[in-house]
Design a protein around this ligand. Sequence first.
Ligand code: ZN
Length: 242
Amino acid sequence: MCEEINNLRNILHNSDNIVFFGGAGVSTESGIPDFRSADGLYSEKYAYPPETILSRSFFDEHTEEFYQFYRDKMLYPDAKPNKAHIALAELERQGKLKAVITQNVDGLHTEAGSVNVLELHGSALRNLCLECDECYPVEMIINSEWIPLCSCGGVIKPDVVLYEEGLDPNVMSRATKAIYDADVLIVGGTSLNVYPAAGMINYYRGDKLILINKSETSYDRYANLIIRESIGSALYEAVFEN
Ligand code: ZN
């Protein structure tokens, strides 16, 4: 494994146009589970699978049940940035990393100090009134007992992309452009099976595609470097240790 980390370190050292694309695996190392891989855990307690509960029509029709699940399973207010978040923030601070593209909604990249963070699925830290667009912090969701309501009386919805909803086209196009322009593309903590991850990676034109994931991905055959290790320790070692 040392050799792969050395390769990674050299690639990072020699580039100032790195882009990172991260999936749920980046957050699991902060103790935030990937709900997609844990269907079974919820089936006893909830009458619907997570993909149903986290859909826009379910939110509209069963708002209270949505919020029961959402508060119970989707919010981790005590989670802290891990080594992956910290190493990526450092690379950006050094002027080497141009963008973090993430499928996670926990805001941990920003908390770690990353500035150019493209959140494909939105952020659980922002919550908007459906009537007047007033923005509320996540504490508003955590502390409300039933359906969180705006002072205007409107229902508040987390600014996260639910199933059946489209991604923000502005975020999508900025992310696609960053990948298209990147010299080095690091993909971590995702098996690349979830839309839109796989499609976006196709825009990369360079020859330094690095995959860091504990298990195989559908893109392994295109990768120039594969690291089968924890995303946090791989990045941290490559960035901070010599
Ligand atoms: Zn309102």
